[in-house]
Design a protein around this ligand. Structure first.
Ligand code: C2E
Ligand code: CA
Ligand code: CA
Length: 588
């Protein structure tokens, strides 16, 4: 980052309008000084010629500095030249060595809106003063050099102070990385050169949960650790900044493949468990990539916005992913935002959301053992929206808290009344999102729903996916155990699709494993799917877990599962998810 800070120093950390305002007033002061100096030259009997020369020498640069079409740097130099030359000329014009102190004032005025010109000015001052001393060797007095030395020191201190201020304005205090401003300036600078440039937008998954459960101090330490890892994972020409919260960005010059490569390295670096205090914490990163290689315009702001949109898409499609921006993606994101708003309205309306129930059967006989509650949303204009589309949105907006609580209450109430039409309560499985589990009040919510409905706790199953482990594993395990202590069973859903299945299965307090549909689909063909299912069953047996095979669609799959010793199954073969029969609804 140091090289980026050094590279971007503009000589002014002022915003453009502020710079322009100060430049205007300082240039006016330079013009006034030029006029006064010329008058003084005339008044002190130096003659018209020298007075005109003084006016031209100090007034012309100041006049040119008012040209707004010229680069700011050039205009700054011209004004500075006018002010300092004028101040220096005061010595020969007045014949007083003390007049030199005016130079200090000129430099102080210039320093109000610039930095880089200060040191060269100090050198010029030294040379000029030396010249004055040399021209009057008979009066040579070592004390004459004192103001020069003082001026030099003041200039150097000022220069360093300004640099520090500029660095601070572009540094994130928590992580020591650059900030949004440094990114914007660096991107701008890079875009002015030829060649492709990419921006990576990196947002941590599950950081909020860690921050809430372990405290802000821990969260800050975690961010600092992640920042250090990101910094170490990039190449020397890349720039990592913290945009705020748990958002980081990386500027990557070079072809798009470089950016993809960096994104992969960042993901790997973040994923390594962080050991601070207590148990290690694992976070992941969702990364959006935008590159000028495929962009219509070379614009820094647009590049970052596109990377943000792509990151949003990465989050939406399951976190811990890298997504590259593509045209149309912004519209898709907008669509999601619209859907999120409609979902809030649907929750308030009450008649658009409902639960369907799909039977879970025992093998090999196919008798109904229980049901899984599956949420349905009938949108007023779009029609049915699949849960795989709106549940992730609800998770992202936080709406899943209220939605999940509603599903749980509805499901236990229905189950208490009986889902099969027969007398007595039924077993019901309810899907619980990782976001719900991250909530401290989750266990109390489950206990209250059970108590209010009257459903015996042993008839409730909560289904969670391995994604719950993306958050604080300790807190999640403690909550799951607390729910189990109530008598409720825990199932791991979509087993086999996560990356950490086996290692975490021992630690997670679970009772049931649900084998993902993708393994069941390939069962009838034999081969590796059969081996996989057999080994999951073997593992479950050794850990005394029940196994439910999901997505059983034909008799071949059923037979294969029964042969392998799987005790429970679910799928279209036994029954599709369906609303409760009228009779049960009427009893409601
Ligand atoms: P899931 O928990 O794995 O639910 C099983 C999904 O597989 C359901 O999709 C179900 O309709 C489908 N399915 C069942 N049998 C078969 C089959 O034989 N063949 C095929 N092709 N599919 C079958 P659905 O209802 O669309 O739900 C999708 C996902 O949405 C669920 O996956 C679950 O992750 C989520 N979801 C649904 N309801 C809720 C809810 O109330 N809360 C939460 N957090 N997530 C929910
Ligand atoms: Ca499920
Ligand atoms: Ca599943």
């Amino acid at each position: 980052m140091t090289s980026w800070l050094a590279g971007r120093r503009t000589g002014s950390s002022l915003a453009a309008p502020e710079w322009a305002a100060r430049h205007r007033w300082i240039t006016r002061a330079a013009l006034a000084q030029a006029v006064c100096l010329a008058l003084l030259t005339g008044a002190l009997d130096h003659g018209r010629g020298p007075a005109a020369l003084v006016l031209l020498g100090t007034g012309l640069p100041a006049a040119l500095a008012t040209r707004e079409t010229w680069p700011a740097r050039v205009r700054t130099v011209l004004t500075t030249l006018s002010l300092t030359t004028g101040a220096a000329l005061l010595v020969p014009v007045t014949g007083e060595g003390e007049a030199f102190t005016w130079m200090l004032l000129a430099i102080a005025v210039c320093a109000l809106y610039q930095d880089w010109v200060i040191v060269p000015t100090a050198v010029v001052v030294a040379v000029l003063d030396f010249a004055v001393v040399v021209f009057r060797p008979h009066e040579l007095d070592p004390y004459d050099l004192l103001p020069v030395v003082a001026t030099l020191l003041v200039c150097l201190v000022h220069h360093r102070t300004w640099q520090l201020a500029e660095d601070t304005a572009r540094t994130d205090p928590l992580t020591g990385l650059g900030n949004r401003r440094l990114l914007a300036e660096a991107t701008d600078r890079m875009l002015r050169q030829d060649g492709p440039v990419s921006v990576l937008f990196c947002d941590l998954d599950g950081f909020k949960g860690v921050n809430d459960s372990r405290g802000h101090q821990f969260g800050d330490q975690l961010l600092a650790e992640v920042a250090a890892r990101l910094g170490a994972a990039v190449r020397s020409g890349d720039l990592v900044v913290r945009l705020g919260g748990d958002e980081f960005a990386v500027l990557v010059p070079g072809p798009a493949v470089h950016a993809a490569d960096v994104a992969r390295r960042l993901q790997t670096a973040v994923r390594v468990p962080v050991q601070l205090t207590g148990r290690p914490v694992t976070v992941t990163a969702s990364i959006g990539v935008a590159t000028t290689a495929t962009a219509v315009r070379r614009d820094a702001e647009e590049l970052l916005r596109h990377a943000d949109v792509a990151m949003y898409q990465a989050k939406a499609t399951g976190r811990d992913r890298v997504v590259t921006f593509a045209p149309g993606m912004a519209e898709a994101v907008l669509d999601r935002v619209e859907l999120a708003e409609d979902l809030t309205a649907a929750m308030a309306a009450g008649d658009q959301l409902s639960l369907h129930y799909q039977p879970v059967v025992t093998l090999p006989d196919g008798r109904v053992h229980g049901h899984e509650a599956l949420l349905r949303w009938r949108h007023p204009t779009r029609g049915p929206v699949p849960p795989l589309q709106f549940v992730p949105i609800a998770e992202q907006t936080g709406a899943i808290g209220a939605l999940g609580a509603w599903v749980l209450r509805r499901a236990v109430t229905d189950a208490a009344a009986g889902l099969t039409g027969g007398p007595g309560p039924s077993r019901v499985a309810v899907n619980v999102s990782a976001v719900q589990l991250a909530d401290e009040g989750f266990v109390d919510g489950v206990a209250a729903a059970l108590a209010d409905s009257g459903l015996p706790p042993h008839l409730l199953v909560l289904e969670v996916t391995e994604s719950v482990l993306a958050d604080d594993v300790d807190a999640v395990c403690a909550r799951l155990q607390a729910v189990r202590d109530l008598g409720v069973a825990i199932a791991i859903d979509d087993f086999g699709t996560g990356y950490s299945s086996l290692s975490y299965l021992r630690r997670l307090p679970v009772d049931i494993v649900k084998i993902d549909r993708s393994f069941v689909t390939d069962l009838a063909r034999g081969g590796s799917a059969t081996t996989l299912v057999a080994s999951i069953l073997e593992l479950a047996r050794s850990l005394s877990l029940q196994v439910v095979a999901e997505g059983v669609e034909n008799a071949g799959q059923q037979a294969a599962l029964a042969d392998l010793g799987c005790s429970f199954a679910q799928g279209y073969l036994f029954g599709r998810p369906a609303p409760l029969p009228e009779r049960v609804l009427l009893e409601d």
